[in-house]
Design a protein around this ligand. Structure first.
Ligand code: AMP
Length: 284
């Protein structure tokens, strides 16, 4: 079945209403396009859990700062539609910016707590943009469930908080990070990397894994975290924004992994590209 593209709210709602009348369960996968195998794994998961899958493709301007890569963010709509068709998605929701942000719009969604620190430290605008666009997407699509990647772990927790606090009736489903054979987390931004940077990039996952296994025995976190930062710089990263041990549920800073589910998260820069990744610590 060819994947259909909806570009206005009336067509999206008509299609979804028809599925609802037929008693079908609807899954949503929000994306910014430039799709890769990680996104497609989310689509397949949605189709395991629901009868129909809507994939939104929208490069959300409000989650980019003026200094960031909004203008050069990769866009490939026809490639994306071909991949979605192969993955079996039924509908691509591709709104124009004016559809997502109607003129005069003045409503924003701000999440506190889990949306503070880590990514928000270097990207203070980011989660307001993410939470606002996700609230809009949930309202537009009215899906039973939405699948998000653990690749963006803090974002996943922000979205969980958002649907709980606003009583949005869409279940949030997490999906593990899909990686390249050398461990690099798949990301639309990986295509910015030149061959030398691409080689360095893979060490992010290696360093996170090694550090997570050191932390798993409950030792004080600071020395392994400082060593991880040094190892990333030695591997060729230009800067390390953070390497942090956090509670896996509320992202509270941890001084050691004490048997509670914990997560090790990092962000580092390679030239003009900023990469993030995270791994579970212990049995989390
Ligand atoms: P993006 O298009 O980068 O905004 O990502 C859209 C969704 O795909 C988010 O829920 C991401 O967490 C998820 N995603 C991106 N990369 C991966 C990956 N390598 N593995 C699993 N999920 C991913």
């Amino acid at each position: 079945m060819p994947v259909e593209a909806a570009r206005d709210l009336a067509s999206l709602r008509a299609r979804v209403a028809g599925w609802r009348r037929a008693g079908l369960r609807i899954g949503l996968v929000p994306t910014m396009g430039a799709l890769h195998e990680g996104h497609l794994a989310l689509v397949r998961r949605a189709l395991d859990l629901a009868d129909r899958c809507v994939v939104s493709i929208f490069v959300n301007p409000t989650q980019f700062a003026p200094t960031e890569d909004l203008d050069r963010y990769p866009r490939d709509e026809s490639g994306d539609l071909a991949l979605l068709e192969r993955a079996g998605a039924q509908l691509a929701w591709i709104p124009a910016t004016e559809v997502m942000y109607p003129p005069g719009g003045s409503t924003w969604v701000t999440v506190e707590g889990v949306a503070e620190g880590l990514e928000a430290e270097t990207r203070p605008h980011f989660f307001r943009g993410v939470a606002t666009v996700c609230a809009k997407l949930f309202g537009q699509v009215g899906a039973d469930l939405a699948v998000f990647g653990e690749k963006d772990y803090q974002q996943l927790l922000v979205v969980r908080r958002l649907v709980l606090d606003l009583a949005i009736p869409t279940e949030i489903v997490a999906y593990p990070t899909v990686r390249e054979p050398d461990g690099l987390a798949m990301s639309s931004r990986n295509r910015y990397l030149d061959p030398a940077e691409r080689q360095t990039a893979a060490s992010l996952y290696g360093v996170l894994r090694a550090t997570a296994s050191e932390l798993a025995d409950g030792c004080p976190a600071e020395p392994p975290l400082a060593a991880a930062r040094q190892r990333l710089l030695a591997a060729g990263f230009d800067d390390v924004d953070y390497v942090a041990l956090r509670d896996a549920h509320d992202l509270r800073p941890l001084e050691h992994a004490n048997g509670r589910p914990a997560r090790l998260l990092a962000a580092a820069r390679l030239g003009a590209t900023r990469l993030i990744d995270n791994v579970a610590v212990g049995a989390a």
